[in-house]
Design a binder for this molecule. Structure first.
Ligand code: HEC
Length: 148
């Protein structure tokens, strides 16, 4: 019995649980993946790894993060966009008319999930050969997180 308890403790800490809300978001976010799939080349939207980074920098508080994402998805505008470069290169995202409850779940997932580094996306970005600050940042990320 004691061993079983230890095992349960190990499993529950190592699977770094999502909250039940974020788990529902993990199901619902398929609605976003036709564009935000990080394996798409050329990209149709920024991978959520980068979106999460940018939004957490702006809104470290979870409640603020969630309301910013919900607000964005319901009505994306140039003024609200934090990711200026994807807007410039890909155009503004269309509004996604999903129920609020589902958007909150998706946003909770975006806050909690530890996304895999989008190595394919970064490699194709680097291959474009621009040498601006963005490319240097992507190269650093790629070298640190993608090369073995
Ligand atoms: C039809 C394609 C498409 C779908 C579907 C889509 N997105 Fe996007 N998304 C984009 C594009 C293109 C951008 C980059 C341009 C921009 O920011 O508007 C983007 C950017 C974003 C951003 C960053 C906004 C910023 O501040 O610049 C967030 C957050 C986001 N999407 C969330 C979502 C969520 C959540 C869903 C699902 C409910 C979703 N997207 C579905 C195309 C899409």
């Amino acid at each position: 019995m004691k061993r079983l308890l230890v095992l349960i403790a190990i499993v529950s800490t190592s699977v770094a649980a999502l909250t039940p809300e974020a788990e529902k978001g993990e199901q619902a976010i398929v609605a976003c993946m036709s564009c935000h799939n990080p394996e798409l080349t050329p990209a149709l939207a920024p991978p959520f790894f980068g979106v999460q980074n940018r939004y957490i920098r702006e809104y470290s508080d979870k409640a603020e993060f969630i309301s910013a994402i919900v607000n964005w998805v319901k009505q994306p505008t140039m003024d609200k966009a934090l990711m200026r470069r994807p807007v410039r290169e890909l155009g503004l995202m269309p509004a996604m008319p999903l129920p609020d409850e589902m958007l909150v779940q998706i946003a909770a997932y975006l806050y909690e999930k530890e996304f895999e580094p989008p190595c394919t996306h970064w490699a194709s970005d680097i291959a474009k050969g621009n040498k601006d600050n963005h490319t240097r940042m992507v190269e650093d990320n790629f070298n640190n997180l993608c090369k073995e």
